[in-house]
Design a binder for this molecule. Structure first.
Ligand code: SF4
Length: 373
């Protein structure tokens, strides 16, 4: 089975942010697991020997959690077990990097840095429970440049409780001043089992305003392209040629393998995910078993629906000929009714070659995607 992309989940953080429901644990509370994790990842990779063809791997992505908490040497060791790739991303939090570590990550083979800036507003950063301020983010970008990174992405969150449109505009402007190659935007969702979820339930946190959040996305969609960042996906903007190749692989429904606690994989019709439980994960790997917690085989109808709603996230849209070549039927034929309705609503446009979102469809993407689920 040919694998195009590899995702490696690093589930450690310095502390938990108040909104976070990712599978991540404070590193200080995971002493033994933290020390053993690089070895467990290598063993998990070895379990795929003979089952997965990694020889034509194109991208590697270390996500988390806070992957920049790993030792660069451990990252380098894992990369040395893989073929050379065209893009290797490491997610980093600004307070966990310094010039020496950045140089070491670069030398280990990481060539793209995704920095969790989230905001440049000190009050919002502190309310989120982040461990850095805007100045630290700016320093981290400068240090990364000096370490040789010429491909940097900044993450920003909008729709935060108490965030006004001016604060959002300011964060966008401060991000652009740092000249990253890529900007990813995240609309906040408040999850129940988080400090903010509990505060919302208790009435001590104001519910985010959905209309204001929509205005914030619209502001970014207007501002970032004028600064040279093309919107290539609903929430992702890049300088020409600097799109995230790894994330494009997800949206193109290419084959990707996930390693590590809670990592998800998609191999043709097979979707599965590793257990989020650290003990069960470690035990399975030590016993030579793949640590799956979810395991599902999709039928062709489900695969084609997924290929449509993932592919439509990309603003270039779904390539009709490529879809037909891959799945044996034209999407224009298979989804004739859905496309006709969406077209009448002004949400998509299609011709013989491409199906893509209109500007209205970009703003109301969920109305489009639900047609294909
Ligand atoms: S740094 Fe990221 S993964 Fe870690 S707790 Fe904060 S939001 Fe969650």
């Amino acid at each position: 089975m040919r694998i195009d992309s590899l995702y490696v989940h690093i589930p450690f953080c310095l502390r938990k942010c108040n909104y976070c429901d990712f599978v991540s644990f404070p590193a200080a509370e995971c002493g033994e697991l933290y020390a053993a994790y690089p070895d467990l990842l290598e063993r998990e990779l070895a379990l795929w020997q003979g089952k997965a063809d990694l020889t034509r791997l194109s991208t590697v992505y270390f996500g988390g959690g806070t992957p920049s908490l790993m030792e660069p040497e451990a990252i380098g060791r894992l990369l040395s077990l893989l073929p050379p790739v065209t893009e290797c991303t490491l997610e980093a939090n600004p307070e966990t990097v310094d010039p020496a570590r950045l140089i070491a990550f670069r030398e280990a083979g990481v060539d793209r840095l995704s920095l969790g800036a989230q905001s440049f507003d000190p009050d919002l950063l502190s309310a989120m429970g982040r461990g850095h301020d805007g100045e630290r983010t700016a320093h981290a970008v400068r240090e990364a440049r000096q370490a040789g990174f010429d491909n940097i992405s900044l993450d920003l969150i909008y729709g935060l409780p108490g965030q006004g449109i001016d604060q959002w505009r300011d964060s966008l402007e401060r991000a652009v001043e740092l000249s990253p190659e890529h900007v990813s935007l995240y609309g906040l969702t408040i999850h129940p089992d988080t400090p903010w979820g509990r505060a919302l339930d208790a009435g001590s946190l104001a519910a985010p305003d959905d209309d204001l959040a929509a205005d914030m996305l619209e502001l970014a969609m207007d501002y970032l392209p004028r600064q040279g960042y093309l919107q290539y996906e609903i929430a992702n903007f890049a300088r020409p040629g600097r799109e995230s190749r790894h994330n494009c692989a997800y949206w193109q429904r290419d084959n990707y393998l996930g390693l590590g606690i809670a990592a998800a994989s998609c191999l043709n019709d097979h979707r599965f995910a590793n257990t989020p439980d650290p003990q069960i994960y470690a035990e399975a790997i030590r016993q030579g078993r793949l640590p799956w917690a979810e395991d599902e085989h999709y039928g062709i109808e489900q695969i084609m629906g997924e290929a449509m709603f993932l592919g439509l996230r990309l603003l270039r849209g779904v390539d009709v000929a490529a879809f037909e070549q891959r799945y044996g039927v034209s999407p224009l034929k298979r989804f004739r009714l859905e496309l006709w309705q969406l077209r009448n609503q002004g949400l998509i446009e299609c011709d013989d070659a491409t199906i893509r979102l209109t500007p209205k469809g970009v703003a109301l993407g969920n109305l489009v995607f639900e047609q294909f689920v």
